[in-house]
Ligand binder design. Sequence first.
Ligand SMILES: NC(=O)c1ccc[n+]([C@@H]2O[C@H](COP(=O)([O-])OP(=O)(O)OC[C@H]3O[C@@H](n4cnc5c(N)ncnc54)[C@H](OP(=O)(O)O)[C@@H]3O)[C@@H](O)[C@H]2O)c1
Length: 340
Amino acid sequence: MTEHGTTLEQAELGKGGPLVGVQGLGCMGMSEFYGDTDEAAARETLDAALAAGVTLFDTADVYGRGRNEEFLAPFVAAHRDEITLATKFAIERTDDPQYRGVRNDRGYIREAVEASLRRLGVDVIDLYYMHRRDPAVPFAESVGAMAELVSEGKVRHLGLSEVTGAELREAHAVHPIAALQSEWSLFSRDVERSAVGAAAELGVAFVPYSPLGRGFLTGSFADASAELSQNDFRRHQPRFNGDNAKANAELLVPVREIAAQHGASPAQIALAWVQQRAQVHGLTVVPIPGTRKPGRLLENTGATRITLTQAELDLLEPIAAQVAGNRYPDMSFTSAAREA
Ligand SMILES: NC(=O)c1ccc[n+]([C@@H]2O[C@H](COP(=O)([O-])OP(=O)(O)OC[C@H]3O[C@@H](n4cnc5c(N)ncnc54)[C@H](OP(=O)(O)O)[C@@H]3O)[C@@H](O)[C@H]2O)c1
């Protein structure tokens, strides 16, 4: 039992890392990317998460260009010792809404951490991720600079996002990495090529982002361009639009059938799948589904009580290979691009 009287089990985030509830909360959508947010409901969701035993809260400096970290600050202040706070650096933005740069140099990292600490209102970040890798900057410099932050007490543990298995090994040799955060879901399984195996071998925890396929796996939308608001990022993701979306919706039929058998929702089946898939690899996994609604938060944490049968896993196995369309408009933004 957690101190809140719930039964969400805990997992170690990397060897010797913090113990966190086996499901975390992705906070990105509370400030940007998925249309307008009801701030009061989002704040209730944070409270509901903690009450349910969720302790890993995920943000990044780039979400809302700092606004997501600022949004979280009062919650963090109220619960500093009860939560594990994760944020990220590396994605640079400008006034051009389409521009995304990647910065891994030491000077940038040192400035980025100070800005995140200030916005979050904390002295130390529990888990600090490199959000994207710039292959032009060696890990000796980038992870070396992150390791300096650990020595200086500004950061407790290090993480990486969207790196290949080979990159994870190289970085881990510079300083132990507690967690790898990359996209992993019924629709996105490229990480199983090398990153998952490397993480399992090194004792690095895996934090699957977008485990609900950015909501598509739940059936909450079927075609982003037709249904979602102008400022919704999913309108730019090839797999959620037009003919691709139409074909991909068909792939959800077994997910819905299995959900019905369990008296569960498709979201819960998607989350149970990623938990069980990680077990096959002997990997510690802490998915961070994102929601801004307290009811959905409880639904999502409820997935930790579902066990899929082998026959059900077999039905879900072929889905990812059949997905039409990429997961990003520009795949150079993913580790998969460096594995081809
Ligand atoms: N490292 C990276 O590069 C990276 C990239 C993307 C995301 N992330 C992190 O990962 C977190 C999660 O990923 P994500 O938010 O992109 O995608 P996700 O968790 O796969 O899906 C989130 C979407 O699903 C909806 N949703 C959540 N629970 C639901 C339920 N039970 N039923 C129906 N719809 C539901 C949410 O809507 P509502 O909010 O309206 O409930 C939201 O639109 C982010 O918040 C962020 O912290 C990291």
